[in-house]
Design a protein. Structure first.
Length: 135
């Protein structure tokens, strides 16, 4: 009587199907994670661009005396902004202790309201406080 040894070479069809199902499921998970991270990355990029624009606008407004100029508007790239200032305190006389030849100024605290508009129609309101002066 002859005995045949079964020597298996290769994979069965069931093993190939199971491996394919595992591979497809893991690829689906990876693609959904990748798509979610791309979405989050685009939101973070938009937020950082808005913060850069806000910083630039606040820098521009720091050059303006809110007591002399009470409102204005401007644009920065695809962003537009309108601003206005309202006094929060009355004007008070100040003295410069470091310089003897300076003329005394009167200063008051102002609230500067900025409305920032994007190209997509969204608006952001910003408020900052600054000193305004008159001599």
């Amino acid at each position: 009587m002859k005995r045949y040894r079964s020597c298996q070479k290769g994979f069965t069809l069931v093993e190939v199907l199971v491996a394919s199902a595992i591979g497809i499921a893991s690829m689906g998970l990876l693609l959904s994670l990748f798509a979610g991270s791309l979405d989050r990355m685009s939101r973070v990029e938009a937020q950082s661009q808005r913060l850069i624009v806000e910083k630039e606008i606040v820098g521009r407004l720091s050059l303006i005396n809110p007591a002399a100029t009470r409102s204005g508007k401007g644009s920065l790239g695809k962003w537009t902004y309108n601003w206005s200032s309202q006094p929060l305190t009355e004007f008070r006389k100040t003295t410069d202790y470091f310089s003897s030849d300076s003329t005394p100024r009167k200063v008051a605290l102002f609230m500067i309201s900025i409305r920032l508009g994007a190209a997509n129609g969204k608006t952001v309101d910003i408020e900052i406080q600054r000193l305004g002066w008159r001599t």
